[in-house]
Design a protein around this ligand. Structure first.
Ligand code: HEC
Ligand code: HEC
Length: 469
């Protein structure tokens, strides 16, 4: 049975009959709900390790909001890629289901005609052949396999680097438009943001996050939905809707209720969590001027030494996240930046980069290259670009140029923001390129990349902790 049907049953929106309703796509779902008009707060939405909930501080999730409306020309809505049933992002599983069931198909003979399947940025190439079902599966393979959207961008004007080679398995990318395959970021918990988008391209100097999100909403409509720019009123309405959303894992199959026995997990506590830009910054808190505190997460303190084995594991994972020493080296944005004194090695922790209290994103906009885009990690379904710095002739081979496409600076190649680490269990796979299928794989990436030497128990504790966020 599909996640949506389970979800609607849980919501009491569909009677529990033996006949399975056919409402299985985002579009159908939204249309169906337009009649009831809202999703109640704290509705349990199942995922692989338990369930997550969302609370809107507006009292309920208003399905009449522009976020759910068809405001473009290709059928896309914000909800097409930011689903309440996928942690306000998308998952490959859900995309595959949409492919299978859209336009009257049943599993295996679906036509893949749902609105997410559009050539402009859903397909591996805008020129892909989508004339048959088999060809459509191939054309949308990055979306179907990894939940990746193609972000197309031209080489920035006046860049201090040039593109000297393109290896695009889909035969499209060039200096006129490079293809970067990226995961949608969740459109929830936005109060924790210090930078908007993986590369911060919707963050504008001297402007508030509210302004940034307003600009983002209209760009998403002209881009993804191929529509006209939104009116100020529409933008305002979308932003107010988004910033009211708070999401977290509420129940974990191993640890149980995440806000019990003194623990402060779950969505309610997210609403009360203080955030401002520069909170707990490495160079001192921007408001209190207190020094950086590596103890970033404390919501599971009460489970330290819990007699319940699974809860003690979560608390141990939290402790590792806060305190396990990591030799941070070769990270562009830290080890090569004057502001840090260009140290070859910084002894830090996970929280050196994930410093926002109980949110886990970077509290200031510090784009970093932790090594995900390296040619050595490239899989054959990813494009590979070779860039050359004009002044020095230095070469970088990467799958995604990241922040450099915004600034035009060679040094910014491969740098991305540190994202919010709440509601993770609902939205695998992880990292901008979806390269970690599970949280265990994300932990293993760090273990190998920074040679941390985690034991197998430490790895599973860290993953257990991340699952409960
Ligand atoms: C076709 C899929 C798609 C649609 C439709 C879409 N988005 Fe997104 N969204 C993405 C992707 C992919 C990203 C990340 C891209 C990047 O950072 O380069 C993103 C990022 C975002 C972010 C940034 C969050 C953060 O942490 O920085 C917000 C907010 C957002 N989208 C809101 C919206 C809104 C509002 C709409 C409707 C007007 C919308 N999106 C429509 C795919 C989509
Ligand atoms: C040197 C800085 C740095 C350190 C140290 C660090 N991270 Fe990250 N983390 C990042 C950045 C930057 C990203 C986004 C990378 C990307 O996708 O391009 C990220 C992404 C993640 C994600 C994926 C989130 C998502 O939405 O996909 C997880 C999970 C994560 N980190 C966990 C950890 C854990 C656990 C540790 C400690 C073992 C850790 N990080 C240490 C900088 C860091």
């Amino acid at each position: 049975m599909s996640k949506y049907v389970v979800w609607m049953m849980a919501a009491g929106l569909v009677a529990c009959t033996t006949e399975e309703p056919t409402l299985s796509t985002t579009e159908d779902l939204v249309q169906y709900h337009s009649s009831s008009g809202f999703i109640p707060n704290k509705l349990p939405i199942p995922n692989a390790s338990g369930w997550a909930t969302t609370i809107s501080t507006e009292g309920r999730i208003d399905l009449g909001n522009e976020f759910f409306q068809d405001l473009g020309t290709n059928g896309r809505r914000c909800v097409t890629c930011h689903l309440p049933t996928a942690g306000w992002g998308i998952t490959p599983e859900q995309v595959q289901l949409t492919f299978a069931l859209t336009n009257g198909g049943t599993i295996n003979d679906g036509l893949g005609l749902g609105a997410i399947f559009r050539l402009n940025d859903g397909a591996n190439s805008p020129n892909a052949d989508v004339s048959t079902q088999t060809k459509r599966r191939k054309a949308y393979s990055m979306l179907l396999n990894h939940g990746l959207i193609r972000v197309g961008m031209p080489m920035p004007a006046n860049a201090d680097f040039e593109l000297i080679a393109v290896d695009d398995p889909y035969g499209f990318a060039s200096a006129a438009e490079l293809s970067f395959f990226r995961r949608p970021l969740p459109s929830t918990n936005l109060k924790f943001l210090s930078a908007v988008m993986w590369d911060g391209r919707e963050t504008f100097a001297g402007q508030s996050i509210h302004f940034d999100l307003s600009q983002q909403s209209t760009d998403a409509t002209t881009g993804h939905a191929q529509g006209e720019a939104l009116t100020d009123a529409q933008r305002e309405s979308i932003v107010n809707f988004e910033v009211a959303l708070h999401t977290a894992q509420e129940y974990d199959r191993d640890a149980g209720n995440l806000s019990t026995a003194g623990a402060q997990g779950g969505t309610e506590a997210v609403i009360d969590q203080v955030f401002y830009i520069g909170i707990n910054d490495l160079f001192g808190d921007s408001q209190t001027h207190m020094p950086f505190d590596p103890v970033v997460f404390d919501i599971y303190d009460a489970w330290n030494n819990s007699s319940k084995r699974e809860r003690a594991a979560v608390a141990r994972g939290q402790r590792l996240f806060n305190t396990k020493a990591i030799n941070i080296s070769g990270v562009s944005g830290i080890n090569d930046e004057a502001i840090f004194g260009t140290p070859a090695n910084v002894v830090g922790t996970c929280t050196t980069c994930h410093d926002s209290p109980n949110a886990g994103d970077h509290s200031t906009a510090v784009p970093l290259d932790i090594g995900l885009v390296a040619a050595s990690r490239r899989t054959i379904d990813m494009p590979l670009y070779t860039f050359r710095e004009k002044s020095t002739g230095a070469i970088k081979k990467v799958t995604d140029a990241g922040r450099a496409m915004v600034t035009g600076k060679f040094k910014d190649i491969g740098r991305f923001k540190g994202p919010i680490l709440r509601g993770l269990a609902a939205r695998a796979p992880y990292f901008h390129d979806g390269s970690a299928a599970t949280l265990e794989e994300a932990v293993e990436f760090y273990n190998v990349r920074f040679n941390i030497g985690l034991t197998s128990r430490e790895k599973s504790d860290l993953a257990a902790f991340l699952r409960t966020l």
